[in-house]
Design a protein around this ligand. Structure first.
Ligand code: HEC
Length: 111
């Protein structure tokens, strides 16, 4: 096989190794809620009733912007959770699947 064929196979192997096709993109809102209660609820309300240290997250996806001025998109919210900042701790150990679940939950309370 030529160099092109080898490159395609290498690329495919990297894709499979990253687990990209196996992981469900939508996430699981119930698991996201469990994770939220465990790691986020101390600082964030998700019901629209309590005032806590961090911003209210009910309705997050209905807002145009986050407190840091960035538009509320799935990618920006993921990055926000992963990196923290401005009084929020970083969560570098959350897996892509954890973030999918959290996103699914946050979207479910934004309807
Ligand atoms: C120790 C308190 C604390 C914890 C724990 C915490 N956060 Fe935060 N979070 C904050 C603060 C404070 C901000 C506001 C930062 C700012 O003003 O930009 C914030 C901002 C955010 C934002 C952006 C909201 C907006 O409107 O700007 C999101 C989304 C978010 N946090 C999600 C989470 C999630 C999900 C978790 C759990 C994995 C979590 N946070 C855990 C304190 C916390």
């Amino acid at each position: 096989m030529g160099i092109r064929g080898s490159l395609v196979i290498l690329g495919l192997a990297a894709f499979v190794a990253s687990g990209a096709p196996a992981r469900k993109k939508a996430g699981n809102a119930a698991q996201g809620k469990a994770l939220f209660d465990e790691q986020c609820a101390v600082c964030h309300d998700d019901t629209g009733t309590d005032k806590k240290l961090g911003p209210e997250l009910k309705g997050l996806f209905k807002r145009a912007k986050m407190a840091d001025g960035k538009p509320v998109t799935r990618a920006n919210v993921r990055a926000r959770i992963h990196s923290g900042g401005n009084g929020m701790p970083a969560f570098p150990d959350l897996t892509a699947g954890d973030l999918d679940n959290l996103l699914a939950y946050l979207m479910s309370i934004s309807r």
